[in-house]
Design a protein around this ligand. Structure first.
Ligand code: HEC
Ligand code: HEC
Length: 192
C-alpha cells in the first residue's frame, strides 16, 4: 500500500510540474480529482463551501494544516491561484464525485445519529451553507481520522475557524466510529 502511495504521488508531482500552464478547471479535473474521487482517504470535496476550501487550501500551502501529500500539492500556488481553485471546486455539484458504499460492522449507527443531532447538526448541513463542511456521505476512514485530528490528544491538532477541539474532545473512539458510520450512510446523491 505504501509503495502504491509513493507511485501515485510521484506520478502526480511529475504531472503537476510538467503541466503548470493548464487552466485551473482542467488542472483540478486531471490533477486533483483522481485522488479526490475515490482514492485512499482523500475526502470528497466537490461543491464544498468556498470559504472552507480557501481556508484549508491556504493552510496546506502554508504548512499550517499538516499533511505531507497536500502540503506538497499546494506549495507552489500563488494566492490568486488558490482562490481560483477554491472558487472552481465550490461551484461543482456535490454529486460531481461518486459516494462510496461502505460496511460498518463495528459501529452503532443509531448512536451515531444521536451524537450528530445533539452535537454536530448546527454547523454541518447537507448543503454547503453551514459554517462547517458537508460531512454527510464522506468516507468513514477519512471522517474518523479527521475527527481525531481536532482532538487535543492529537500530535498537532488541526486548525479550525471554530473551536472544533471543544466539539470533539468528549468523543470516545467508539463514539467516533458510530458518528462516522452514521454520516457515511447519509447519501447526499442518488447512487450512480
Ligand atoms: C495523491 C492524492 C491527492 C492529490 C493528487 C490531491 N489531493 Fe487533496 N487530499 C488528499 C488527501 C489524502 C487529503 C486528506 C488530508 C487529511 O487527511 O488531512 C486531501 C485533502 C484535501 C482538501 C481538504 C478537504 C477537507 O474536506 O478537509 C482539499 C480542499 C484538497 N485536498 C484539495 C486538493 C486540490 C485542489 C488538489 C489538486 C491541486 C488536490 N487536493 C490533490 C489527497 C490528494
Ligand atoms: C460550531 C460549529 C461546529 C460544530 C458544532 C461541529 N463542527 Fe465539525 N467543523 C466545523 C468547521 C468550521 C470545520 C472546518 C474547519 C474550519 O473551516 O474551520 C469542521 C470540520 C469538521 C470535520 C472535517 C471535515 C473535512 O472535510 O475535513 C469533521 C469530520 C467534523 N467537523 C466533524 C464534526 C462532528 C462529528 C461534530 C459533532 C460531534 C462537529 N464536527 C461539530 C464546525 C463545527
Amino acid at each position: 500500500m505504501r509503495s502504491a502511495v509513493f507511485i501515485v504521488v510521484g506520478l502526480f508531482c511529475f504531472n503537476l510540474f510538467a503541466q503548470r500552464n493548464k487552466p485551473i478547471p482542467e488542472m483540478v479535473e486531471t490533477d486533483c480529482m483522481g485522488c479526490h474521487m475515490n482514492v485512499m482517504n482523500a475526502p470528497l470535496m466537490a461543491g464544498q463551501n468556498r470559504d472552507f476550501l480557501e481556508f484549508e487550501l491556504f493552510n496546506f500551502r502554508d504548512y499550517i494544516r499538516d499533511h505531507e501529500i497536500m502540503n506538497q500539492v499546494m506549495e507552489d500556488f500563488t494566492d490568486s491561484e488558490v482562490m481560483e481553485i477554491a472558487a472552481y471546486i465550490s461551484k461543482l455539484s456535490l454529486c460531481h464525485t461518486q459516494t462510496p458504499v461502505e460496511e460498518h460492522p463495528d459501529a452503532n449507527v443509531k448512536k451515531g445519529e444521536e451524537i450528530f443531532n445533539k452535537s454536530c447538526f448546527d454547523c454541518h448541513k447537507k448543503d454547503n451553507l453551514g459554517i462547517g463542511p458537508v460531512i454527510h456521505g464522506q468516507k468513514t476512514g477519512y471522517l474518523e481520522d479527521a475527527i481525531k485530528s481536532f482532538q487535543s490528544s492529537w500530535y498537532e491538532p488541526r486548525p479550525s475557524r471554530v473551536n472544533m477541539r471543544s466539539q470533539t474532545d468528549m468523543l470516545s473512539d467508539q463514539d467516533i466510529k458510530d458518528v462516522a458510520a452514521y454520516l457515511n450512510d447519509q447519501k447526499i446523491c442518488e447512487e450512480k
